[in-house]
Design a protein. Structure first.
Length: 192
């Protein structure tokens, strides 16, 4: 069990690293677009590369941060039917969904890695004047998929441990219920 917790801790660190790098890429994208707007508006000039580079940064940021979003429960989920199932059934359903998404992530990694590798071997470049080597922005997709895969192994393992009784099952409130309860407690405090 100690080995499992060590693995979970390592994956969490990798996921955080991906989120920080992805967040940094999104900040760079914002700064690049902001610079482009200022240059076009006030100086009648352009960087000429902002649309290309910001597209690369957005895709890279999304893929690198997606595992963090999954880990923190920020992925959209429809709980209206799910919350009506018994707790044990939800655990088995979670394992099934985790396994399906794991398979999808493996396929995504394989094909995007092959695509990136072909771009590297063939020295493929963008058609813009800066001629970006395409394997560089394409690298973030299989890398993000790999981080997502690792995160999913942790979630699947945790769900499996819940069904075997190694981790205690507990009723979890949906985000909306939590927000309503927090708002009600704030209103009660204000009335005092």
């Amino acid at each position: 069990m100690q080995l499992w917790y060590s693995y979970e801790k390592l994956v969490r660190k990798i996921t955080y690293a991906g989120a920080y790098i992805g967040g940094f890429m999104l900040v760079l994208m914002f700064l690049l677009v902001f610079t482009e707007v200022v240059l076009r508006t006030f100086f009648n000039s352009s960087t000429m590369v902002s649309d290309e580079i910001s597209g690369y940064l957005m895709a890279g940021g999304f893929f690198l941060a997606s595992a963090y979003a999954l880990q923190e429960g920020a992925i959209v989920r429809i709980d209206i039917l799910y919350n009506r199932f018994p707790l044990k059934l939800r655990c088995f359903l979670d394992i099934f969904i985790d396994l399906v998404v794991l398979c999808y992530t493996v396929i995504l990694f394989k094909y995007t890695f092959d695509y990136m590798y072909k771009s590297l071997v063939n020295s493929a470049r963008s058609v813009s004047f800066i001629k970006t080597p395409l394997w560089i922005p394409q690298l973030f997709i299989p890398l993000g998929s790999l981080i997502l895969f690792l995160c999913l192994t942790v979630l699947t393992g945790r769900d499996f441990l819940k069904t075997t009784g190694k981790i205690l099952l507990k009723e979890e409130k949906s985000a909306t219920e939590k927000e309503i309860i927090e708002q009600l407690s704030i209103v009660k405090e204000d009335k005092k």
